[in-house]
Design a protein around this ligand. Structure first.
Ligand code: PHE
Length: 361
């Protein structure tokens, strides 16, 4: 009797085990089937929904079978069943969305509407002025030359005839790269003069724009970086008169035909004689205003005849050749042209400021 009961229990257990194994296999097969489902119309999607998810659908039928699954396997089979239900629902949704997306997409498009304007952006005022300066000198036969911003002491100072103890080499002015006393950020574009001279024999006629760095506190009137344009002309019989004439032409091209120039004696280690050049104030025409501090003149650049020591240091025979050089700050020229009061405006990237130069582009 006892034996009989055990037999029945065993047979039942065996049957139930088969049920759950069958179910898992079936669910697995259905998952694959669902994954591959396709539909060409909304009706087809609805038919699939009915087949799998309606009351009399495949998933619900399995739910009924689930009751027969032994307790200890309910968890595993139940999870599988849930997975199937979620997968079927997700597939039906995807099929629906795909069909909606493939519908008539032009229905709500107005093809006659004007296009959105594309903002082209504007050139930076410093670039506009740099291009103008370079253009003027290009017309006089100067060609463009550029050099590195991270430089060595030789090209920035030594080759330019700066004495070992010249104050411009002081920590106050020069940025050093990682405490490496020989590698610095160039503090003027005169380093490009040196690079051109060491690699070219005269005649040399170059115009060198670029960014320079000086260790200065940032304010409305000073910045730790700014921009210069340097000019260099070396040939036989180049004289101070040539320099003066070229600079007069530049000033009149840049600031108008009525512009006058004035040269004042000055000092630079790399030029002898040296001068600073003023132009008649372009705001008041030289009558005197607050901009020119009532002098009628404003300073725009430094210049001079290349010191023979500089020619020799850079491999050019100073008994055969002479030359002149000049250098100006692009910010300074831009201020004179557009009266930008605060130097910081140039590097703050305020698009309202930049857009004001749209017309000058
Ligand atoms: N390098 C000078 C400066 O930075 C400008 C200059 C260049 C002067 C060339 C004379 C000749 O102030």
């Amino acid at each position: 009797m006892l034996f009989c009961t055990e037999m029945i229990t065993f047979a039942l257990f065996f049957k139930k085990n088969i049920i759950s194994k069958d179910m898992v296999a079936k669910i697995q097969q259905l998952l694959q089937e669902i994954d591959g489902l396709q539909a060409a119309s909304a009706e087809e999607v609805e038919a699939l929904r009915i087949k799998y998810l309606s009351k009399k659908g495949v998933v619900n039928a399995l739910m009924a079978d689930f009751r027969a699954v032994p307790v200890e396997q309910k968890k595993e089979v139940g999870m599988k069943l849930n997975e199937l239900k979620t997968a079927a629902q997700a597939k039906i949704n995807t099929l629906k969305e795909a069909l909606a997306g493939a519908g008539d997409t032009t229905a709500d498009l107005d093809l006659t509407r004007t296009a959105y304007p594309i903002g082209l952006g504007t050139r930076h005022p410093l670039t506009i002025v740099k291009n103008e300066i370079v253009d003027i000198f290009s017309r006089l036969g100067f060609i463009l030359a550029e050099g590195p911003e991270v430089e060595d002491d030789w090209h920035v100072y030594s080759s330019m005839n700066f004495a070992e103890d010249h104050p411009a080499r002081d920590m106050q002015d020069t940025f050093f790269v990682e405490a490496h006393p020989d590698i610095i950020l160039r503090s003027h574009t005169s380093s490009v003069q040196s690079r051109v001279m060491e690699s070219t024999q005269p005649p040399i006629r170059v115009i060198c724009p670029g960014r320079v760095y000086r260790n200065e506190a940032i304010s409305a009137r000073a910045h730790c970086f700014f921009h210069q344009v340097e000019g260099l002309y070396i040939d036989k019989d180049v004289s101070f008169t040539d320099l003066k004439q070229v600079l007069l032409l530049f000033a009149q091209e840049m600031f108008g035909a009525d512009t006058r120039i004035r040269l004042r004696p000055s000092y630079f280690p790399f030029t002898e004689p040296s001068a600073e050049m003023d132009i008649s104030c372009n705001i008041c025409g030289g009558k005197g205003c607050s901009f020119c501090k009532h002098t009628g003149w404003v300073e725009i650049l430094g210049c001079g005849m290349v010191d023979p020591a500089v020619l020799e240091a850079n491999g050019i025979d100073s008994t055969v050749y002479t030359g002149y050089a000049f250098g100006m700050g692009i910010e300074r020229i831009t201020n004179l042209k557009y009266q930008v009061k605060d130097l910081r405006m140039f590097s703050e990237n305020d698009t309202r400021f930049l857009e004001e130069f749209e017309a000058a582009n």
